[in-house]
Design a protein around this ligand. Structure first.
Ligand code: PEP
Length: 254
């Protein structure tokens, strides 16, 4: 089984001071916690401060996005080369990037390749909209996002995949653990196996979408779900630490 993973996506929240304090709070709460890889994904401007705040602990840092080119005339963008030394992970293909910033599978694929090329671990996000689910296309959409996002990738060492149904993100309407497990243990696992054979079994699969301390054990209790990508609840250190604790506990039992 892949190592359980709990990642916090802080999105466009927290000032530098707030990010530093939040990271310190998570570090404090995580002191006695083992059995789960915890990743904090603050805004770009706080990456260095959060890296420093968790230095010497097991907590890892991730970016929320990046550009696929190394450098150049791309105003406002940040490259994988610039992230080296600041973080280990990078969230790519988040549905907010897809929906609000027009990112498509081709662009996300270029970013995934650039991340691997620079030694960053991509957290590739996939997920269907409500309309796609209601019209019976969830499996097709998610399978295609996985395959297109990883096209031309040969070595998936370090890859993490997050299933985040768009209708469950920030809505309080979480997918049931059974729905999540069906997509993750079925569609996503099969797509990964088709592409990468036995190596697919090493990829942590995270559920994301309105995860909180009260519902996380339901996901972590599913064999095909190895952790969570957490948005809103990752902005409160105590809630996020509790999600990590409950994930580690559920995974220790399975
Ligand atoms: C997310 O944005 O990745 C997310 C899962 O958000 P939330 O937990 O707030 O639904």
């Amino acid at each position: 089984m892949p190592t359980p993973v709990v990642a916090g996506n802080w999105k466009m929240n927290t000032t530098l001071a707030e990010a530093t304090a939040l990271a310190a709070g998570v570090r404090e709460g995580m002191k006695a916690l083992r059995g789960v890889e915890v990743i904090l994904c603050p805004p770009f401007i706080s990456l260095a401060a959060v890296r420093d705040a968790v230095r010497g602990s097991s907590i890892k840092v991730g970016a929320q996005n990046m550009h696929f080119e190394k450098s150049g005339a791309f105003t406002g963008e940040v490259s994988a080369a610039m992230l080296q030394g600041l973080c280990d992970y990078v969230i790519l293909g988040h549905s907010e990037r897809r929906q609000l910033f027009g990112e498509d599978d081709g662009l996300i694929n270029r970013k995934v390749k650039a991340a691997f090329a620079h030694g960053l671990r991509p957290i590739l996000c996939v997920g269907e909209t409500l309309e796609q689910r209601e019209s019976g296309r969830a499996a097709q959409v998610v399978g295609q996002q996985v395959k297109a996002g990883l096209a031309g990738v040969h070595d998936i060492t370090g890859l993490v995949v997050a299933y985040e149904p768009v209708w469950a993100i920030g809505t309080g309407r979480a997918a049931t653990p059974e729905i999540a497990a069906e997509v993750m243990g079925g569609t996503i696992a099969e797509a990964l196996r088709e592409l990468f054979g036995a190596a697919a079994g090493q990829v942590p699969l995270l559920y994301g979408g309105s995860v909180n301390p009260g519902n996380v054990a339901g996901y972590a209790g599913q064999a095909s779900i190895h952790g969570a990508l957490v948005g809103g609840a990752s902005l409160q250190a105590a809630q996020f630490v509790e999600i990590a604790r409950a994930t580690a506990a559920a995974k220790a039992l399975s």
